[in-house]
Design a binder for this molecule. Sequence first.
Ligand SMILES: [Zn+2]
Length: 64
Amino acid sequence: MTRKVLVCPVCNSTDVELDTGGVSGKYYCKNCGYIGSYVMEMTEGEYEEMLKMEEMKKEHDESK
Ligand SMILES: [Zn+2]
């Protein structure tokens, strides 16, 4: 079974949980304080891939 993770669209943290027990239907990011109904849901493998892509982008930007 593949574990799914919730990912904050603002800071890419997985420290995301349903706000106030899911009453509002919104998600809360403990890392940056983002609250919203949209978060990314992906498998851990996809998340690793995404982090790798972000790293590559960063390195590319710094080399400018
Ligand atoms: Zn966040």
